[in-house]
Design a binder for this molecule. Sequence first.
Ligand SMILES: NC(=O)c1ccc[n+]([C@@H]2O[C@H](COP(=O)([O-])OP(=O)(O)OC[C@H]3O[C@@H](n4cnc5c(N)ncnc54)[C@H](O)[C@@H]3O)[C@@H](O)[C@H]2O)c1
Length: 397
Amino acid sequence: MRPRFFSLPSAQLANEAWLARGDGSSGPRLAIIGVGMMGREHLRVALLLGRMRIQGVYDDHAESLDQAQREYRKSTQMTLNVYPSFEALCADEAVDAYLIATPNFTHSAIFERLIKSGKPIFLEKPMATTLLDAQRMVTLAKAHPAFVQLGMQYRFKAQYIEAFHAIKVQQALGTVHTVAMSEYRPPFLNKVGEWNKFSHYSGGTLVEKCCHYFDLINLAVDAYPVKVYAQGGQAVNFIDFEHRGLSADIDDHAFVTVTYDNGMLAHFTLNMFCQELYEELVITGDQGRLVASESSSFRRGVNSSAKIQIEASAHPAYDGMTVTYPSAIENSGHCGATFFEHLAFLAQLEGDVVDAATPAQGLKSLLVASAAQRSLATGQVVFMDEFCAQEQVSWPC
Ligand SMILES: NC(=O)c1ccc[n+]([C@@H]2O[C@H](COP(=O)([O-])OP(=O)(O)OC[C@H]3O[C@@H](n4cnc5c(N)ncnc54)[C@H](O)[C@@H]3O)[C@@H](O)[C@H]2O)c1
């Protein structure tokens, strides 16, 4: 079974993926760097899929390691191999692939060390906190004999698989003209060292969180973003929050407009002072409109719900349909998207071409996010040509 992602409807993809699970006794050996919230989600998903072996993990925070050890033991009745140092992890020749799930500001240094191995790398989003680092990483990845996959797994949420299937495979909307994406959610969660409360460590909210959405928009539009305008700021969250003498400086709401060189317009809305999570993507073409949405919650026991509505002549989803993954997949993390991200990684390890994010696509999402961040700070429209020249980076081909 080879995952084909956007070429299949999400239900078929989920059936095939579930049947292809293994028992964890064979497969490539994975080493995980960083076992905080996201690293442990990757550990759980790898165990659920059972098609990779966990060769070992490295983290410098005892509590994260204890939690990872507990979860691993509970699931496998075995002891998780913990490397005593990052260098010990790098020296383990039995590792087949690396997964980096450390805070954003650490990505570039860890990536640049691991890429020397010549082995495949999975790197969490955003790839870096500065554009110069990200561009250097793209260059390194180009010369790398193995692949690098970025953690932009929202692509694999059921409703977006359906959306990309509709616009790219079925061409159900004709020529697309507008894309509107929104996210409403509660504030950022606690992190080890509170790195996500400070732009210096996270890259800023539009980079840290919203690179996912700029990736989805870029994918739908597939063109060069000529100008970006953003309004927003920090209105409610972490206003009085301090950590080690630093005041939190992260935005909690924004409206961003992007004009692409093919005439397409995109809009992104962010609001992070809500009780529940709601995401929506609306794409409109000359032959129809689609609405892909997801409702989810940080409350325990509340399942997410994903829907797609495709108002295009005689489309089976014209009146809308629920496309939520089966609960075992949906509950495994990020509404099931991480599960498919691992399948994509496995497929790449087997030499397949998949719809996972590349370093170049990671840089593109970072460029739009950073231009929006700049526009927020200055109140001015940011022209991408000028912005790239100032930042000494190029829009990747
Ligand atoms: N793809 C997604 O949807 C998604 C969701 C959440 C987080 N993330 C990304 O995953 C990464 C980790 O986020 P998180 O939520 O797990 O944060 P976290 O703070 O919960 O965990 C980070 C872990 O990395 C460890 N760490 C820090 N520096 C390290 C180093 N140099 N070497 C080894 N370990 C180190 C910390 O001790 C901690 O255990 C971030 O880049 C974040 O943006 C992605």
